[in-house]
Design a protein around this ligand. Structure first.
Ligand code: TXE
Length: 481
């Protein structure tokens, strides 16, 4: 089996602990490589390298930093097919999705922030004859970037790219469930001769090496995406140390389908927002609320099209639903399906372990996309994040009721509205408790826009200038005239 290595100070190294974690392919249930089970010492080693590299990188001109990021982006594009295959194998997602979304977005993140940093500017405040203020924005030092398994390279680079562009050095940890493309990124850095110590990638569990990065006194800024309970644990450590913290956490996103929607488009978009990446995108909408006049028709059509989804080997071209990322997540999904039934829900389609698509996948974690009706907004199935191919559909009457249902959870990441009434779209969008609202669309991403959630979905915003502000510290200077 191949061994993945840590990337520290420009060198690929085994873990100082000497211990390894088996990395399992979700489509087969078999281990196919090992990753370092890194510990505190590895985090220490990486932070030391990043700290030493910081003054040089921070002093590197914006144009030169941007040029390095473009080189990484170019190399990701050159190796895109290999990266897509690796992502699909590691995560269980359809290869077509990795090709269309994950890997192109990995290079786009570097390309976007390479350009954005050249446009980043700070403010001046004129006080007339008294003088004026100007604000310097400087990098903070070593940034800790911790990312989850659902969009591995996509979310990993979404943090690393702005941190580096702004002049910070980085210690990054991908999810232990999906380490492969992060490892390939470290190979890419070596291939292009990226300055040593500027980006360091350590592999291993959250509790061992992730928590060591978070608690390290020389890491003043942490950018994290993952579960809400992990976000709480990280806050407990980072807040008393007064670290700058960005938390992108879970969601339980509503999808409001009004009777006056463009029906066909609303139906297709809702299918995508329910089941893309096996429902394992923090932006997937898992609660579909449909206005009463079209409810029955919508449910019937939605079920027919859900049944038609092709569950298959992630590596096959025609596969629409791949494997669930891990046994733990697979069992979690099944438990929530059982809970939905206990709470009085009716399963209209799915709800069962799917037949293995071929012999290779006999031990894989495949689940039928599942549609449950008859569950009101207050039940646990509609309150807790499942993070799988499981959705509920429930009717609403008035606009007010739809908004109330949508806002009825602790989460507030994204929301989707389907309507052709322009005034209503604006009115409802303004009322929804969410960091992101899509009208008649889903997952349309413009990297310049602020990205993040409210309530238990997180703190802070990523994306565009928000990310560059997060990864810099403003200092105001007053000049007396
Ligand atoms: O996330 P974790 P997991 C949600 C989803 C999912 C749940 C758990 O509901 O079922 O989170 O998934 C690292 N200190 N989302 O277990 O545990 C960990 O190693 C520092 C939503 O993957 O939060 C990994 O690199 N780091 C989400 C990363 O944190 C720690 C996407 C995320 O792991 C740590 C994925 C600690 N104490 C899951 N504990 C979204 N919103 O995008 C763990 N980690």
């Amino acid at each position: 089996m191949q061994d993945i290595l840590n990337y520290i100070d420009g060198v690929l190294v085994p873990p100082s602990t000497g211990s390894w974690i088996n990395n399992i392919e979700p489509a087969t249930g078999n281990p196919y490589c090992r990753i370092p089970d890194s510990g505190k010492e590895d985090a220490e080693h990486a932070v030391t390298a990043a700290k030493a590299a910081f003054p040089g990188w921070a002093a590197t001109s914006i144009n030169d930093r941007a040029a390095w990021l473009i080189k990484i982006a170019d190399r990701i594009e050159e190796r895109s097919e290999e990266l897509a295959q690796a992502e699909s194998k590691d995560n269980g997602k359809p290869l077509s999705l990795a090709r269309q979304v994950d890997i192109p977005r990995g290079s786009a993140n570097f390309r976007y922030f390479a350009r954005a940093i050249t446009q980043f500017h700070s403010e001046t405040y004129d006080m007339g004859t008294q003088g004026f203020n100007y604000t310097l924005r400087r990098p903070l030092g070593v940034a800790g970037c911790i990312s989850p398994w659902n969009l591995p390279l996509y979310l990993f680079t979404w943090k690393i790219a702005p941190a580096l562009a702004a002049g910070n050095t980085v210690v990054a940890k991908p999810s232990e469930l999906t380490p492969m493309t992060a490892y390939l990124l470290s190979e890419i850095c070596r291939e292009i001769g990226f300055p040593k110590g500027v980006l360091n990638i350590v592999h291993g569990s959250g509790t061992k090496v992730g928590s060591a990065i978070v608690a390290h006194p020389d890491v003043p800024v942490i950018s994290f995406t993952g579960g809400t309970s992990t976000g709480k644990a990280i806050s407990k450590v980072a807040a008393p140390m007064f670290k700058k913290l960005s938390l992108e956490l879970g969601g339980k996103n509503p999808n409001l389908v009004f009777a006056d929607c463009e029906y066909e488009a609303a139906l297709e978009t809702s299918l995508r927002s329910s089941f893309a990446n096996q429902g394992q995108i923090c932006l997937c909408s898992s609660r579909i609320y449909v206005q009463r006049p079209i409810y029955e028709q919508f449910v019937a059509d939605f079920v027919v099209r859900t049944k038609a989804k092709v569950i298959g080997d992630p590596l096959e071209e025609e596969t629409e639903i791949g494997a669930i990322v891990s046994q733990e997540q697979f069992e979690k999904d099944l438990n929530y399906i059982a809970l939905g039934q206990e709470e009085g829900g009716t399963i209209l389609t799915g709800g069962k372990i799917a037949e293995a698509p071929n012999e290779r996948c006999a031990g894989g974690w495949f689940l039928e996309p599942t549609v449950i009706t008859g569950l009101g907004p207050a039940c646990r199935t509609n309150q807790e994040e499942i993070f799988g191919p499981v959705v509920t559909i429930y009717p609403f009457n008035s606009e007010e009721e739809g908004i109330a249902f949508a806002n009825s959870t602790q989460y507030g990441l994204s929301s989707t509205i389907h309507t052709t009434n322009l005034k209503k779209a604006h009115r409802v969008a303004a009322e929804l408790e969410a960091g992101i609202v899509w009208v008649n669309s889903w997952l349309v991403r413009d990297l310049r826009t602020p990205f993040g959630g409210i309530k238990a979905s997180g703190v802070g915003r990523e994306g565009g200038m928000e990310a560059l502000r997060f990864f810099t510290e403003p200092k105001n200077i007053f000049i007396s005239l």
